[in-house]
Design a protein around this ligand. Structure first.
Ligand code: PEP
Ligand code: MN
Length: 476
């Protein structure tokens, strides 16, 4: 079912229907390997990598990681790919969400459950209100490494290396904490394993049972306007389920949900050490997550991230910002998905509310006209970040909605399917994005700002977003 050639080497791009160029062979390579070595990847001068002071410690961490069992099974990646193919065909909608940056301290039962719960609530709203199957994908169990626009951070008269996520260094603003430590990569593996284990237990063990729709609507959400709206919808679902049960439909089918994991594939040592040959297909898979994506800052066509991702058989994503040309996107598709396999490639656009209506139409039209098979998903977060007067990084809820609305309008005009939503959110009552029904102001940000990187929608804002998007989907 995976359409990649058995040896997913560079030759495979030569016959691409997009006319992708095969590129130059690796220096000194005797035969084309299915996965380039770490040294070969580093020879491509990868962007956004940690500057580790101790090479031997890096090797030790990589050796340890190579011995660890896979976090996901390749067959599960294929299942997700089939679901994403349905998204690309316009038959399903992707909901991808979670923290900007997970932290080791955040690996708790409450935190994981709360994130899962808000995603389940959003998925129910989207599914029920728009009658579209929703593919649920957590931005979790591996989202620990961050690209940064600056290598350094200055506070007062002290300048230190920037925080690059718990995968790399510590958030504390001290020289010791900011030194990149490769043993953290092993900690990422363990934290991801613990998170994934709990998520798997929740989604198969009864917590995600559709008969629990009411119980997900708890505490601070219950008293909110959107919580009341959700309660009404949950009551309708209850009624529909009682009806189905009464006529003999097996509602036990609704006890579990499909849920998959994803993160940005950023630190090459980690992703490479967890790339393994699947015993069924002999194809390489990155078994650190079901889905991995390439960020806006690391999507260079000849760069190491695109190179590594071009060799694995997982479903993958690429972020596309406002500077992306249609030629860039077509070349990325040719290299990353030379056989044009449905479900393999997801383009995640993050243009900004003020730019999407200008930048997305020409991109989408040309890429679509070139016959590129891809799911198109909207990240309405990363083009809309600004610094509040108080110094907090924030986003306006209205800008998020405006970008999603622009995304739907452009797809409608071009005749393509607005395939999904990629959002930074938390299941908690944080104050990181301004606006929404609770009308959070810039002055409110100090109340409960917990993100170590970008601002996330809180649980009420996330639910509000899902109702608004359900409305847009119904019209689409
Ligand atoms: C992110 O998703 O947190 C991120 C850094 O996004 P982008 O690569 O689109 O800037
Ligand atoms: Mn982010």
């Amino acid at each position: 079912m995976t359409g990649l050639p058995a040896r997913a080497g560079r030759e495979s791009t030569a016959g691409s229907r997009f006319g992708g160029s095969p590129g130059a062979p690796y220096p000194g390579a005797v035969s084309v390997p299915s996965v380039p070595s770490l040294a070969e990847l580093h020879a491509l001068a990868p962007a956004q990598q940690p500057s580790y002071p101790d090479r031997a410690a890096v090797d030790a961490a990589v050796t340890r990681l190579r011995q660890m069992p896979p976090l996901v099974f390749a067959g599960e990646c294929d299942e997700l790919k089939a679901k994403l193919a349905a998204v690309a065909r316009g038959e399903a909608f992707l909901l991808q969400g979670g923290d900007c940056a997970e932290t080791f301290a955040g690996v708790t039962a409450d935190n994981t459950r709360n994130k899962l719960r808000v995603l389940l609530q959003m998925a129910v709203v989207l599914t029920y209100a728009a009658s579209v199957p929703v593919v649920k994908l957590g931005r979790l169990a591996g989202q620990y490494a961050k690209p940064r626009s600056s290598d350094l951070e200055t506070r007062g008269d002290v300048t230190l290396p920037a925080y690059r996520g718990d995968a790399v260094n510590g958030f504390d603003f001290t020289p010791e904490s900011r030194v990149p430590d490769p043993s953290r990569l092993v900690d990422v593996y363990n934290a991801s394993a613990a998170t994934l284990n709990l998520v798997r237990a929740f989604v198969t063990g009864g917590y995600a049972d559709l008969r629990q729709v009411h119980t997900w609507n708890t505490d601070f959400v219950l008293g909110s306007e959107v919580g009341r709206r959700y309660e009404q919808l949950a009551a309708e679902i209850d009624k529909a389920m009682s009806f189905m049960e009464a006529i003999g439909v097996d509602v036990d089918e609704l006890r579990r949900v499909d849920f998959h994991s994803s993160h940005e594939a950023l630190v090459l040592e980690y992703e490479h050490a967890l790339t393994r040959t699947d015993s069924r297909t002999q194809l390489p898979y990155d078994v650190s997550s079901h889905f991995v994506w390439i960020g806006e800052r690391t999507r260079q066509l000849d760069g190491a991230h695109v190179e590594l991702m071009s060799r694995i058989a997982n479903p993958i994503g690429v972020k596309l910002g406002p500077t992306t040309s249609s030629d860039d996107a077509i070349a990325l598709a040719a290299k990353l998905n030379p056989t044009n396999e449905p479900g393999r490639l997801t383009f995640i656009t993050r243009m900004g509310a003020g730019k999407i209506r200008d930048h997305l139409p020409p991109l989408l039209e040309k890429v679509h006209a070139a016959g590129v098979e891809a799911a198109w998903v909207c990240d309405p977060m990363h083009g809309n970040t600004f610094e509040a007067s108080s110094g907090y990084k924030t986003r306006r809820f209205d800008d998020v909605i405006e970008e999603v609305q622009g995304f739907f309008d452009v797809h409608r005009a071009v005749g393509t399917w607005p395939g999904g939503l990629h959002v930074e959110l938390t299941g908690d009552d944080v104050t990181e994005c301004v606006g929404g029904g609770e009308e959070l102001s810039e002055a409110d940000l100090a109340g409960r700002y917990e993100s170590v990187c970008d601002p996330r929608l809180n649980r009420v804002q996330s639910l509000e977003l899902s109702f608004l998007v359900a409305e847009m989907l119904r019209k689409a």
